[in-house]
Structures are given as C-alpha cells and as structure tokens.
Design a protein around this ligand. Structure first.
Ligand code: SF4
Length: 129
C-alpha cells in the first residue's frame, strides 16, 4: 500500500492532538476552521505517530509546523518530536483559559478563542526557528 496521504502537507501544517476531551476536540475544531479559511492545512498526527516516512518528510518540508495540544500532557508535541521534528509554533488550549473536561461538544466560543490566537500567531514570525 502506498504511503501517501490526501491531506497533503502545505506551507502551514496544523497538527492538533484531537484528544478525547473538550480541549482536544477544540484543538481539532480550530485546525479544521483554519483549514476551511485557507490559512493552513490540518495534517494527520497519527500518520507521524505511525512513522509513515512520506508523511514525516512532507511535514518536514512545511514552512510552519503548528502544533496544537489540548492540555499540558502535550501528546501532539511529543509525537512530533518523536519523529525528529520541532514545531515552529505551539499552542496549549488550556493556556487560553479553557478548562479541560469530558464534554466532547466543543464550545464555539472556546474554538473561536483558539482560532483567534492561532491567527495571531500565524500573522507573526514563527515562535521557534
Ligand atoms: S494533549 Fe491532552 S487533550 Fe490532547 S490527546 Fe493528550 S491528554 Fe488528550
């Protein structure tokens, strides 16, 4: 089976943890929203975790690698680092004043807060590198 992904890495790669909590789902929704707005492309964190070489190389070629974790456990960041990549930009949803719980319906206001913060980040030079 070919190791390709139709998600396709782009100049701005968005890697949400998409975890099993409100904050993980807020991270995912924010990445989907930015993708719909044409400000980046959500990418497959699981593909990196699975060490799919083509996907790792595509992510490595992006200009901005934006990692969005739901909480300080930082699963997305650790997954990215486990394959030898470092994010250019990083956001932890709980650092935006959003408390973690297990309500999986992302609060639209919280999603909007995270989207606004990410838009701000993307309008500035990369945090790292
Ligand atoms: S970073 Fe937090 S919310 Fe995201 S997958 Fe890990 S534990 Fe879950």
């Amino acid at each position: 089976m070919a190791e390709k992904c139709l998600c396709q890495a782009s100049q701005v790669v968005l890697l949400p943890c998409s975890g099993g909590s409100n904050c993980g789902q807020i991270a995912n929704e924010a990445a989907v929203d930015l993708t719909r707005k044409g400000l980046g492309n959500i990418y497959c964190l699981a593909g990196l975790g699975a060490r799919i070489e083509g996907m790792i190389e595509s992510a490595r070629s992006a200009q901005r690698l934006v990692v969005i974790d739901g909480c300080p456990v930082a699963c997305a960041l650790k997954t990215v680092q486990s394959v030898g990549l470092e994010p250019t930009d990083y956001l932890d949803v709980t650092e935006q004043g959003i408390e973690k719980n297990h309500d999986f319906r992302p609060d639209p206001m919280a999603v909007s807060t995270v989207v606004d913060r990410l838009r701000h980040l993307l309008g500035e030079p990369p945090q790292r590198g």
